[in-house]
Design a protein around this ligand. Structure first.
Ligand code: GLP
Length: 261
């Protein structure tokens, strides 16, 4: 696991975007796995800058979102269909038909989830971007999710609903269930880029990177993956004890890649 500690959210985005772009360049047939939440927004902005500058072409890539709320129509502004279109598809100039988000509104959610799992796995390589919930969840795999879990319907924890209520008028309108890729779906990716910033993530990051691998902390299960690259700001990294991350010096490096290890 490579860990880089950057100076703030913007630098997390710049460095993680360089990593994603270089992983995609090495894996020409790879899909890109995309996440919602605020954590990857600076990464998407940096990727969009690379696309605008002509240094990254996403037009031939297929994208898979991690999750979707159950019961929110795709056109709802807080559905992950809308969030991904706004933050990923348009800024990265992906072809909308090539961007897949699990459906949360069909009659047979279980069958749709199985089909989604197959579609994700049909790409032997995938560069997966993920954030982390303050309780250590990845995607919507809440604590207790099995390592072998695949795309499925899950109940959201009170903590997650409370955290995500900031996007809704009130707690009562936050969906109670979601469809999410499973832990094993996420681990199927060839490269995983995890981004986190802010003190509210510090405990989850310490448990994920330095705690025992346990289904009680879903993000800790990433420890078994062969290619995980973690980008944190200092606040998110503040509770790391034994890890020896590479801390980026205060002045942004002119060649960020050269400073990583
Ligand atoms: C949601 C998403 C997760 C995301 C988490 C953290 O629950 N399903 O994929 O990692 O939020 O969100 P944020 O990055 O806004 O803290």
């Amino acid at each position: 696991m490579m860990t880089v500690v950057a100076n703030g959210e913007q630098q997390v985005g710049t460095l993680a975007a360089a990593e994603v772009a270089s992983a995609l360049a090495k894996q020409p047939a790879a899909a890109i796995g995309v996440a919602t939440g605020s954590s990857p927004l600076s990464l998407y902005r940096s990727l969009a800058n690379l696309v605008r500058a002509g240094r990254l072409d996403m037009s031939g890539r297929t994208a898979f979102a991690l999750d979707e709320y159950v019961g929110l129509p795709p056109e709802h502004p807080e559905s992950y269909h809308s969030v991904i279109a706004r933050n990923v598809t348009r800024p990265l100039r992906l072809v909308p038909e090539n961007v897949h988000v699990p459906t949360g509104t069909t009659q047979d959610l279980a069958a749709a989830a199985r089909a989604y799992e197959q579609a994700v796995r049909s790409f032997p390589t995938r560069v997966q971007i993920i954030g982390i919930g303050s309780n250590g969840h990845i995607g919507f795999n809440e604590p207790g999710s099995q390592r072998s879990s695949q795309t499925r319907v899950v109940a959201l924890s009170d903590e997650t609903r409370a955290a995500n209520s900031r996007f809704f008028p009130d707690l009562a309108t936050v969906p109670t269930h979601a469809v999410t890729q499973g832990i094993s779906t996420i681990l199927h990716a060839s490269t995983i880029v995890l981004v986190a910033h802010g003190a509210t993530k510090a405990a989850a990051i310490a448990a994920a990177l330095e705690g025992a691998e346990s289904e009680a902390v879903p993000a800790s299960l990433l420890q078994s993956h062969h290619d995980v690259r973690v980008f944190l700001d200092r606040a998110a990294a503040q509770r790391l004890r034994n890890h020896s991350p590479h801390t980026i010096p205060n002045r942004p490096p002119s060649n960020p890649k050269a400073e990583q290890r």
